[in-house]
Ligand binder design. Structure first.
Ligand code: SAM
Ligand code: SF4
Length: 478
């Protein structure tokens, strides 16, 4: 199998190379890459030379346009897959982007109906009828959330990120640190309080209409009771009555009845409780720090004592996970019926412990994972769930997808709007990103908060000044 590549050449072509090498399972690596790609631009024409040891160089030409780059990417993907004994494309064809529904909406804005968009996507990207059906179904469901004739500039989603966990799950590249190892808890909470106060000021000054607030991470519920209360007390007033307020409570080993009470008191209305899978041996293997029973205990507690809507995340493709395990997971879901379920396909991420681990040899293969994803879909649809949002990541097993399912009337507004990138998202906390977007182009202005918590604390005033300036330039030109 080919594992590594290195590219040199013009930047716009580099982005196409990165997407397609990623879709073929290759990671960027300067040191001893198995595939070297050299791009050149001469007289509005690109040339891309692909060198693999033992093979004649493969040369691709294309115009210096987005269509030219796309066609070159398609040839590159087919070539790299061919070298690995795979068919030119899988069921997603040559569609390698993270947000296929975003592409659907871009063309749906101008098309008379969904069928003509599906026909165009099929012709351009050779997507299978099954994936086209999924894309169209989800796309049409989402139209009221993303139709440029309906959405307003001042409609925003808010995000607050807590970049700490208590253990590092082997598949995850996310956490910036372990809460118990971090020395300046109070400095972090104080900086976050400034961030939240500033957000309240922005919402008021620009008369923003907050649709939803998502407190994610990391593991927000890792905060001790007092700090959790301090943060929720500042977030809650940002959410107008009746709007969506979600807290990621994915790790039951970090959630206490006191924290559930705090959430209810501050009018949180949705949480995530994330099994990933329901077999204790796998949970231990992937470093979750909780059992299947802990998941169910927390779920039963929440359903008995609160009216919170619950999402549950699962991953298909974990080390030594089988079809039977996925069937068992879905048996649990069909008995428990949480409002939302998200089925992820394992993505091998560079910053994750799994990337460096011998456990990689124990991962189920592409066909097995595809089967698990299909089992989940059939069981969920039979139980009354429908798919409502979709995204893909690089290095997913089989280049499949992640799908969010919902029972009727419970789709998560934040997930749809964040994924489709048609509404501004203002974010608080280290490592979070704000994006300002306006119809009809939905071009983005962005601000990234530093991932390093100490840098975030040290520079919070400058960061907030910059956010003020970006908000002013965006909303005051309307
Ligand atoms: C940002 S994580 C936060 C979830 C929360 N901290 C938890 O662990 O329950 C959101 C979800 O992404 C999924 N996820 C994270 N890393 C993944 C990977 N490498 N492959 C597939 N899914 C992944 C997991 O299902 C996880 O619950
Ligand atoms: S999956 Fe969740 S708990 Fe595990 S390391 Fe990633 S963010 Fe932390």
């Amino acid at each position: 199998m080919l594992k590594s590549y290195h590219y040199e050449g013009p930047l716009p072509l580099g982005s196409v190379v990165a997407h397609n090498c990623g879709a073929a399972g290759l990671f960027s690596n300067k040191v001893n890459p198995q595939v070297t790609l050299i791009g050149k631009e001469v007289a509005r024409l690109y040339t891309l030379a692909v060198n693999v040891s033992g093979q004649e160089p493969f040369v691709i030409h294309g115009n210096v346009t987005s269509i030219g780059r796309r066609k070159m990417g398609q040839q590159l993907l087919a070539y790299l897959r061919g070298l690995q004994g795979l068919a030119s494309y899988n069921e997603w064809g040559s569609l390698v982007g993270v947000r296929p529904t975003k592409l659907f909406h871009k063309y749906r804005d101008k098309a008379p109906d969904a069928a003509s968009v599906a026909n165009w996507i099929e012709a351009e990207f050779s997507v299978s009828p099954e994936k086209l059906g999924l894309l169209t179904d989800i796309g049409e469901f989402q139209r009221p959330y993303v139709d440029p004739n309906i959405i307003k500039d001042t409609l925003v989603s808010l995000y607050c990120g807590i970049p700490f966990c208590q253990t590092h799950c082997v598949y995850c590249s996310f956490p910036y640190g372990m809460w118990q190892n971090y020395g300046n808890h109070n400095g972090f909470i104080e900086a976050l309080e400034c961030d939240m106060d500033h957000m309240a000021h922005m919402v008021q000054e620009h008369e923003l209409d907050v649709m939803s607030l998502y407190m994610g991470g990391g593991t927000p519920t890792i905060l001790p009771d007092l700090e959790f209360e301090r943060v929720l007390a500042k977030l809650s007033p940002l959410v107008p009555e009746g709007r969506e307020f979600t807290v990621e409570a994915g790790r039951p080993d970090s959630v206490t009845p006191e924290k559930i009470n705090t959430m209810v008191r501050h009018e949180v209305n949705r949480i995530s409780i994330n099994p990933q899978t329901m077999q204790d041996a796998i949970l231990a293997r992937i470093g979750r720090g909780h059992t299947a029973q802990d998941i169910d205990d927390l779920y039963q507690y929440v359903k008995r004592h609160t009216s919170l809507a619950v999402n549950m995340d699962f991953i298909a493709g974990l080390p030594e996970q089988t079809d039977r395990d996925m069937t068992e997971n879905m048996d649990y879901i069909c008995r428990s019926l949480p409002e939302n379920v998200t089925i992820h396909t394992l993505a091998l991420k560079k910053g994750s412990p799994l990337y460096e681990s011998h456990m990689q040899q124990r991962l189920p293969n592409e066909e097995q994972v595809r089967h698990m994803v299909n089992v989940a879909r059939e069981r969920l649809e039979t139980a009354g769930y429908r798919p409502y949002y979709l995204y893909r990541q690089q290095y997913m097993t089989g280049q499949l997808e992640n799908i969010g399912y919902t029972l009727e009337g419970h789709a998560c507004d934040y997930n749809i709007r964040m994924m489709e990138e048609r509404q501004s998202v203002l974010s608080m906390g280290p490592g979070s990103s704000s994006k300002w977007m306006r119809a009809p182009e939905f071009r983005q202005k962005k601000q990234h908060m530093p991932k390093d918590v100490d840098v975030y604390i040290r520079t919070i005033e400058q960061l907030l000044d910059k956010r003020s300036a970006l908000c002013k330039s965006f909303w005051e030109v309307v």
